[in-house]
Design a protein around this ligand. Structure first.
Ligand code: IMP
Ligand code: MG
Length: 180
């Protein structure tokens, strides 16, 4: 693992090696395979960050499955309720399907909280959530999470799909912002 990574003005140091990440993703894939044995779950990955995790996770999944991708676009609403989000790319019929939502990281929980509400309105047979990372200290919205790769401290990280200003998604491990 590279000792450190420089992205623009920021310096990052190792947090999780590629081997640690791969071992954990493999275990999550096996747990999901056991849970959905005989079913054909539909994995829904939230772009952009979760595409790397989703790609490894479905290859660790044994059995038939489908994968779809959504883009959540947030914009500041004119009302005082704050951010409003729209979901783009959800074309499949979700009713009666076993849905597995795949997210890169749960920070405040806002993104997933909103998206799960949206999915419930389509009456899936079941809804489960998998996140690669979670920052428990940052939680502001209650989000049920069934499978978690790693709980981490409330610090900014890059790698394995996660970016800083669009960069760092291609790094195979996870790096954390260095203390100044
Ligand atoms: P939430 O809606 O507050 O849970 O934020 C989730 C989104 O914020 C993630 O899908 C990421 O795109 C982004 N995010 C949160 N924490 C980090 C981080 O440490 N590094 C990179 N992106 C992050
Ligand atoms: Mg994201």
């Amino acid at each position: 693992m590279t000792a450190s990574v420089q992205i623009r003005d920021l310096h990052f140091v190792p947090m999780l090696s590629e081997a640690e990440v791969q071992a954990r993703v493999q275990a999550l894939g096996e747990a999901l395979s056991a849970r959905f044995k005989g079913e054909t779950p539909l994995f829904i990955s939230i772009l952009s960050g979760a595409f790397v995790f989703a790609s490894d996770l479905i290859r660790a999944y044994e059995g038939n499955c489908e994968i779809g991708f959504v883009k959540l676009k947030s914009y500041t609403g004119t009302r005082s309720t704050g951010d409003v989000q729209t979901v783009m790319g959800l074309e499949k019929d979700l009713s009666g399907r076993h849905i597995v939502v795949v997210e890169d990281i749960i920070d405040t929980g806002r993104t997933l909280h909103f998206f799960l509400e949206h999915l419930r309105s389509f009456n899936p047979a079941s809804l489960c959530t998998v996140t690669f990372l979670r920052k428990p200290e940052a939680a502001q919205f209650e989000v049920p999470v069934d499978y978690i790769g790693f709980d981490i401290e409330d610090k900014f990280v890059v790698g394995y799909g996660l970016d800083y200003d669009g960069l760092g998604r291609n790094i195979p491990g996870v790096y954390v912002l260095a203390e100044q």
